[in-house]
Design a protein around this ligand. Structure first.
Ligand code: PEP
Length: 251
């Protein structure tokens, strides 16, 4: 039995004032005990969120980390070890906005994944196809290659301490959600790919769905056999909506 996870990606949103409001809203939510809940604020607000959610069962993660695990001369970057020191416990790697808009390659994503793990962070590896790739029938191939980039370099065992998020690019921030059946097909393929190397590990790894998840669509998505929760962008900026999505994962 896999423990569900719901994670909120706040992206490049927030001011000190709006983050206070969001923290206050989250502190008023009843969160289900059986669900791991995490939020990923901008790096600038990590300390504020760690302090503001102290005592709540909400983990705090970063949206990215440097390819180098340790601090050093790399202007503008944040090392995974610094995130760990700042009380982060997770980090997103390979979000499609970074892959597509900032040119992050599979190799860079893999190095960030390794840096995160070596610093004691749980990497959340984001994979997913563009609309053109889906329309060309390449969805499973694209996702398999993104996953293989990590397993080929680091071994399948690294997924015993990592989470995967399947996020079809065409569904991110567009209001278009993959249907539960579309998402399940890809989640099952991801799990089968891991199972070919380690059936035991594949049965345990959590695979989250991300792409315009809302409270109204969450329960049906999370009810699919290989969907273990969600990575939520826009809807996570509303504490009531995010709380409802977390509760859907617990029901
Ligand atoms: C995301 O950015 O990871 C995401 C899933 O965004 P949204 O929920 O807004 O589509």
């Amino acid at each position: 039995m896999r423990r569900p996870m719901v994670a909120g990606n706040w992206k490049m949103h927030g001011t000190r004032a709006s983050v206070v409001e969001l923290i206050n809203g989250l502190n008023q939510q009843a969160l289900p005990a059986g669900v791991d809940v995490a939020v990923f604020p901008s790096c600038l607000h990590l300390g504020q969120v760690v302090d503001g959610l102290a005592g709540r069962a909400v983990a705090v993660g970063a949206q990215d980390c440097a390819t180098e695990a340790q601090q050093g001369a790399l202007t503008g970057e944040v090392a995974a070890s610094q995130l760990h020191d700042a009380c982060c416990s997770l980090v997103l790697v390979g979000h499609s906005e970074r892959r597509l808009l900032l040119g992050e390659s599979d190799e860079v994503v893999t190095r960030k994944f390794a840096a995160a793990q070596s610093s004691g962070l749980l990497p959340v590896l984001c994979v997913g196809e563009t609309l053109a790739q889906r329309e060309a029938g390449q969805t499973l191939e694209v996702v398999a290659a993104q996953l293989s980039a990590v397993t080929d370099a680091l071994g399948v065992e690294v997924f015993s301490a990592a989470v995967i998020a399947y996020e079809p690019v065409w569904a991110i921030g567009t209001g278009l959600t993959a249907s539960p059946a579309q998402a399940q097909e890809v989640h099952a393929a991801i799990r089968a790919q891991l199972a070919a190397k380690s059936p035991e590990l594949a049965g345990k790894v959590r695979i989250l769905y991300g792409g315009s998840v809302k409270a109204a669509s969450a329960a049906e998505l999370f009810g699919m056999p290989d969907i273990d929760g969600g990575l939520v962008g826009g809807a996570s900026l509303n504490a009531d909506e995010f709380g409802a999505i977390c509760r859907a994962a617990g029901s």
